[in-house]
Design a protein around this ligand. Structure first.
Ligand SMILES: [Zn+2]
Length: 247
């Protein structure tokens, strides 16, 4: 009898976990859990848009800790998730508006500023969950050079962008291939994300990465596509955690 070949992996993540989106995060958990259990990652925003802070001792902080206790991976996901356009001085406002996408908080940051935000966010989340974070994912998967250097300096174990997963701590590449994600800001983006998911869910990627966002739960077509992608993946793949990619 020949040994069974190892199954390919499925990595699922919930983006923008914040008190602002608590009910949407619950909806996404209900969507994912039947297929992956607690083998999923949460991308946590310490203070979404500067006015939805995660505060230690609050019910939301307790929920985060309980999710981490259940085995859900916790990634720091920016600090405010948005560029500086809305909460600093005129010079930065100009720079942010013209040099970065509106949610690309970590695209234009110099190394020192990126390092400070990573350290501040990490300390907050680690205090709340009572364990080290699993990694860092920049908002909109957009990293500037300063951010890449700051992640290496902070020895963050895992980071990812649209196309790959790597370890800033060791410099090694952990996985390669596009992430499946959905968009709903415009009808065009919604339609093209459905098409991309329909194709990519059959691709022989290993791992297959799926990233879902709070607004997804408000669109039945997206919920159907996410469910179908999870079902298709479950036929040939094992749900896994990002840390399973580490040697
Ligand atoms: Zn995000």
């Amino acid at each position: 009898m020949s040994p069974t070949p190892p199954r390919r992996l499925l990595l699922a993540s919930i983006h923008d976990v914040s008190p602002r989106f608590e009910s949407e995060v619950d909806g996404l958990l209900d969507l994912l859990a039947p297929h992956v259990g607690t083998r999923l990652a949460m991308l946590v925003v310490p203070n979404h848009w500067g006015d939805a802070p995660i505060v230690p001792g609050t019910p939301f902080a307790a929920r985060l800790r309980s999710w981490a206790d259940q085995g859900i991976e916790m990634f720091l996901h920016g600090f405010t998730h948005r560029d500086e356009a809305h909460h600093v001085g005129a010079a930065d406002r100009f720079r942010a508006r013209f040099m970065t996408a509106s949610e690309g908080e970590f695209l234009g940051l110099p190394r020192a500023e990126a390092g400070e935000r990573i350290a501040k966010g990490r300390a907050l989340i680690e205090g709340v969950i009572g364990r080290p974070i699993d990694g860092f994912v920049a908002p909109a998967w957009l990293y500037g050079e300063g951010t890449r250097e700051a992640l290496e300096e902070a020895a963050i174990p895992i980071a990812e962008d649209h196309l790959r997963v790597w370890s800033p701590a060791t410099g090694s590449q952990l996985a390669w291939g596009p992430v499946i994600t959905w968009a709903s800001r415009t009808r065009y983006r919604l339609a093209s994300s459905l098409l991309a998911a329909a194709g990519l869910r059959h691709a022989p990627l290993n791992p297959l990465r799926i990233g879902v966002h709070p607004p997804d739960v408000r669109h039945p077509a997206l919920v159907a596509s996410i469910t179908k992608t999870l079902k298709t993946a479950a036929r040939t793949r094992s749900p896994a955690r990002y840390r399973d990619l580490l040697p």
